[in-house]
Structures are given as C-alpha cells and as structure tokens.
Write a protein that binds this ligand. Structure first.
Ligand SMILES: [Zn+2]
Length: 435
C-alpha cells in the first residue's frame, strides 16, 4: 500500500467526466483528494495521459493445465506490459473452471503469482459441454465475476435461458461466445470468396448472428444482461444496435484482430491468421468500427489466446484458433480507432477499457475517483514503436503483429499505488529515435 503523487499529467477519467491537466494523489493504495505526507514518491507525467487502470475482460491464461502456453504469472505480466491492471480469465482451462474447487485453486494461484488484479470467470455448463448447468451460485461465492462457456457456445436455448435467469439472482453477467454449431460445422475461416479460392471450410457470418439474435431475445425475456464476446460480423453490430435502441440489456465487445486484419490474409496459410470467430471481410471491419463510433460496441478486449509454437506449426485446418493480444491491443486500437480512422477520441477509448467493463462485471474499478483502488495506466498516445514478439512477456509467440509499426502505448502500469510494469528507458529512447 503506497503513497504517491502524479504531477502534470493529462488526467482522463470518463467515469467522472474528467479530462484535464493536473495532479493525482494516492494515499495508502487509494486515490485521495488530499496529497500524501511529504517525502513520498513523485512521478512526473508531463506529456502523458493518466487513465484509470485498464480492464480486459476476455483473457485466456491457460492455468491450470496448459502452462506450456501461459501461466497466471506470465499472462498477468504481459497484461501489465499492455497497460492492464485488471483482467478476467476464461474458464476453458484443464480442468475447466466449472466448480468452486477449481475456482478456488485459480484464485489461490492468482494470490500467489499474479502481478495485477485477475478475476476468474466460471463456466455456464459443466465441462463446457452445454448439457448441464454448472453450480453458478457456489462459484459466485468462490469469486467469479461472470459466467461463459467461451471457446464453446451453449446450443440449447432453454438451458441458456435458465443460466441467464440463475445468473440474474447474483447480478452476474453472462458472456457468450456466439457460434451456432450446425451453421459453422468444421469451418476454419470466413465463408466467402477466399474460403472458396483456398478450398477451406467456411465459417459463415450467420453462424455468429443467429446466436447474437438468440442472446438478444433471452436478455429481453430474462431482463438480465448478456455480453456478446469478440463480435466479428457487421450483421451482429446491426442486431445489437437495434436491440440496444429498444433498451435491452445486451452488450458487445470487439477484439483488435477483427478490425486490423481481413480474411484475404489467410491465403498465406499462416496459422496466426486463424481465430474463432474468423477474420472477415472489409465490410465487416467497417461495420465493427462504425459500431464503436456510434456507441453500439461498448467494450474492447483482446481474446488473448496463447498457443505453443508446435501447436500452431501445422496445416491450417488442424491448427488451434487464437492469437496473443494483451501487449498489442491498446496500441492497435489507438492506431486504428483513434489515429487512422478517427472513429473515437482518447476519452471514449478509455471508457471502453475502464468504466464500461467494470460496470458490466460489477467490479469496483475503472475510475480515478477518491476512495477507489489506485490502479493507473500511463499512456503515451503518440509514441511510435515497433512490436517485436521476441520481447513478449507471454510464454507463447503466436501473433500476426510481429514487426508492426504502431502509434501509442502504455508506458507505466500501477496497481494500488505500486508500479508493476514500466517501459524500459532504452526502449523509450529507441522508439523515439526511430520515429
Ligand atoms: Zn471465444
């Protein structure tokens, strides 16, 4: 628990509708209206944005069971380097996080080894197989902040309805990986021109949209909140826009790869272009960005999905889905949404990474208001740099963004007043001289 003064930063706290240059005080690990006693640490934040600690609600940490890909320690370190102070880890571990004992095992590991705040999500169904509901109430007591079968999707609408109704009793959000199994079949890439040319099985947009429509109907029926994860299709955005206009408690997130890349890239057969849902067409990219710009999409996330080198180094159809995300997501969204497309400003981007995900999961985070935990992300929105996968703090290297020139990044991450990651000075100098 630390005391700290941050001087001269551009303080952006969307939860308090604040954007001004000033000082920020931390007393015993919490934000304070009054400065701490003399002699405490001071940080000069001139030229930097001082934001509430960023939150990523869609991260795969692979522990327990697949620690060759990632651990809670390595993944949370990578998250800190991406500017994140809080993350939600997905339950598709081995064994799956579908019962209170496994949740307790995970929270124990978090307490022992995590560098930042890590919150577990529990499964909707036992073994993530969509057949029998997991013990949601006892998992809530063990510390889950959401339920999801991510990686899988509950196909039985009646079972999904009961899960949403059950979650409502605990004011718990249900996250959904929207995929209709019959529509998608064994699809490995977007169904369209390129899947035909390449002779790969297609994963049609409707395979996602049908489940988004199902979730809208259930959110309305159950009067409870459902959050659609990693949306990829323009049609999903249109469905969400209409439903939200009617006041239904449905939300959606997008991930950077779905606006940075398109399905044409799969023609390289590089398995780092294989994700679920798949990369889609330019019209989908444009619709997703429009959805962010008009407020339909309210959460940004990574779907950080580490895989070992040997697992991705196989034929395209046989490779696992997913890529790294924690260390590149903020920079990609800044580069594309703020700098290139000018779809949103910096304050709005911070909203989508702080108070919005905090509100969805009911986490007491995402603001710089006095009394809140002093989680802070320092951002240089204009710093030009090159992402090098060898420098990643993750245990895996499956990324399509190696060597990309990006604009903007986090430069320091603070959790409860303690610096948990800082951009090495050498890196800062090199980046600046290279720009
Ligand atoms: Zn998923």
């Amino acid at each position: 628990m630390r005391n700290l003064t941050v001087r001269n930063g551009r303080i952006i706290d969307p939860a308090a509708d604040r954007d001004e240059t000033g000082d920020l005080f931390v007393v015993e690990g919490r934000f304070s209206e009054n400065p701490p006693p003399n002699g405490c640490e001071e940080i000069n934040a001139r030229g930097l944005v001082v934001a509430p600690g960023l939150i990523d609600i869609h991260v795969h940490l692979r522990e327990p069971g697949q620690i060759q890909k990632e651990t809670i320690a390595s993944g949370s370190h990578a998250a800190a380097a991406g500017g994140f102070t809080s993350i939600v880890c997905m339950p598709n571990t081995d064994p799956p996080a579908d019962n209170p004992s496994t949740i307790t095992l995970i929270t124990d590991r978090i307490r022992d080894s995590a560098r930042i705040n890590v919150y577990p999500a529990g499964a909707i169904t036992k073994n993530l197989n969509g057949e029998e509901m997991a013990p949601i109430g006892s998992m809530v007591q063990s510390g889950i902040v959401a339920i999801t079968d991510d990686g899988h999707c509950v196909q039985n609408h009646e079972l999904m309805r009961r899960a949403v109704e059950y979650a409502r009793m605990f004011d718990l959000a249900v996250f959904d990986h929207c995929q209709d199994y019959n529509m998608v079949g064994n699809g490995v890439m977007h169904e369209g021109y390129w899947s035909t040319v390449l002779g790969l099985a297609g994963w049609p947009r409707t395979g996602e949209e049908i489940m988004v429509a199902r979730d809208i109907l259930l959110a309305d029926l159950c009067k409870s909140r459902i959050h659609c994860q990693h949306l990829s299709s323009g049609g999903s955005v249109r469905l969400l826009r209409d439903a939200r206009t009617r006041g239904i408690q449905i939300t959606g997130e997008i991930c950077p790869h779905h606006i940075a890349l398109t399905d044409e890239l799969v023609s390289s057969f590089n398995t780092n272009y294989k994700m679920n849902p798949p990369l889609r067409a330019q019209e989908d990219v444009d619709a997703l960005i429009e959805g962010v710009a008009d407020g339909t999409i309210t959460v940004l996330a990574s779907d950080h999905a580490p895989h070992a080198f040997f697992e991705k180094e196989v034929e395209f159809d046989r490779a696992p889905f997913g890529i790294l995300g924690l260390e590149t997501e903020l920079a990609l969204f800044l580069t594309i949404l703020v700098h290139q497309r000018k779809a949103i400003d910096l304050k709005r981007l911070i909203t989508l990474y702080t108070i919005n995900p905090a509100t969805l999961t009911r986490l007491p985070k995402g603001t710089l208001k006095p009394g809140a935990d002093a989680d802070i992300t320092f951002i240089d929105p204009d710093l030009e740099w090159v992402y090098r996968k060898e420098e990643s703090l993750s245990r895996s290297r499956n990324t399509p963004f190696d060597g990309w020139k990006l604009k903007g990044r986090a430069v320091r991450t603070i959790v409860r007043g303690e610096t948990v990651w800082e951009l090495p000075a050498a890196h800062l100098d090199r980046s600046l001289s290279g720009s």
